[in-house]
Write a protein that binds this ligand. Sequence first.
Ligand SMILES: N[C@@H](CCC(=O)N[C@@H](CS)C(=O)NCC(=O)O)C(=O)O
Length: 329
Amino acid sequence: MGLLVDGRWQDRGYDTESSRGRFERSQSQWRDWITRDGKAGEGRERGFKAEPGRYHLYVSLACPWAHRTLIFRVLKRLEAVISVSVVHHLMLENGWTFLAEDGATGDTLYGLDFLHQIYTKADPGYSGRVTVPVLWDKKEQTIVSNESSEIIRMLNSAFNEWGDATVDFYPQSLRAEIDEVNAEVYSAVNNGVYRAGFATSQAAYEEAFGDLFAELDRLEARLSRQRYLVGDHITEADWRLFTTLVRFDPVYVGHFKCNLKRIADYPNLSNYLRDLYQVPGVAPTVDMRHIKAHYYASHLNINPTGIIPLGPEIDHLAAHDRDRFTKAA
Ligand SMILES: N[C@@H](CCC(=O)N[C@@H](CS)C(=O)NCC(=O)O)C(=O)O
């Protein structure tokens, strides 16, 4: 694990010393927008026009943030419109690499060795973390965005001419509620598992752990009343929660010490997880081998032997009971 400083790669972990053992996620630095007409996003200078074949995603199948973008690409039917490269699941001294083994594709655009070279191709003086997902513009040869929450909004609305315009995961009328749910889920759950797992003080771990399970209890109650997080239609909020839930029992319970309960112990959350998993197109985006191997073998500060546990056994294709809401409606 490392980062770029003035364009030079340095092998360094997260600094938790200055924050009393707390893991604090850095802000993503590339925040431009692809729009239908090519106008720059609000407060931005560079504009990017939606065009088929122009853009590319660099993802890891292990990463929950990158996973969101893959789900949107599939469900918005953008596979032929936006191409993808998959990094290798191991992230060690060189960060994410393009070793083309075990389901990783290599860098299908330039044949580079490391993801950090994509960042320095876009900005030779870049300082910061080298994260997936990256939304890349093949025409301008630059990064449009490395912020998954914004990339999924672009995929949701900018490419409707070529994708499925009937699918809208961020409808105007639900935006305020979606944003509200996202904010809670982000800090306590999506980022919460990392705050627990990467904490280097007992107090920081316990704080994250408390926030996480309090929020899972609230979500369990919410999902006892309605099929999805925001009513009876799947929205962006559901996909953002899904990518954390699907990793929870196999990885976060053990590796990140989020072990008060498993998702399997929450009837509504576990049925909801199966419901989302069974949406056509979603299952192939879930690569449990990459997920487990990445976390357990890349974070050697947490798991020094790199041994990847074999369990648990989970059947995401088992029946779920979520139709009960639709039928009652
Ligand atoms: N805010 C970013 C976070 C992305 C992120 O942290 N990705 C992780 C993988 S799960 C990563 O690439 N980490 C490498 C690092 O921090 O050095 C987003 O949502 O896109």
